[in-house]
Design a protein around this ligand. Sequence first.
Ligand code: ZN
Length: 68
Amino acid sequence: MKVTAEVVNGKCPTCSELTMLVGLTNELYRCMNCGADLEQRVNGKITYLPTMSSPKDGATPFVKEWNE
Ligand SMILES: [Zn+2]
């Protein structure tokens, strides 16, 4: 198996820049501009969502509900 970092061009939702995104996994990309981790969603078109790491110290999650 060959492991290479996939680099794609995409618009980062965190910094709103069209920039290079480096694939960490099949679904996780990192913005080269601001360093945000983005989740790739493919449903007709590819979109990137900022990932939010869950708090490790019991703090209240930043987003409790996700309303579209
Ligand atoms: Zn960014």
